[in-house]
Design a protein around this ligand. Sequence first.
Ligand SMILES: [Zn+2]
Length: 105
Amino acid sequence: MRKIASGGLRPTSDFLYWSERDAIREEVFARDLPFCVWCQNELGDHRSNSYYSADHVIPRSEGGWYHPDNLALSCQPCNRERGNRSILQYMVFRAQRSYIARPPG
Ligand SMILES: [Zn+2]
């Protein structure tokens, strides 16, 4: 595999072959399985799009690249729920939701 620049941001002139995308995805799975980074649910060793996806930390719409540094394993419900929120927006959303569900005291 050719060397890919590190970091989450995509060099404007670069592109990925499908074999490279597969290798990157496999690296993320090997690092993060079996837990979703958001809900910490353990879903087992399902290397299938219907269970997990490689979630962009910096969204694609903001130039986030398909690179292990910018990808985190996420279950489908969390991935869908996050949508295009930034990582900070989604952390705040989750914190507010759990506060509403279980206020302190
Ligand atoms: Zn999850």
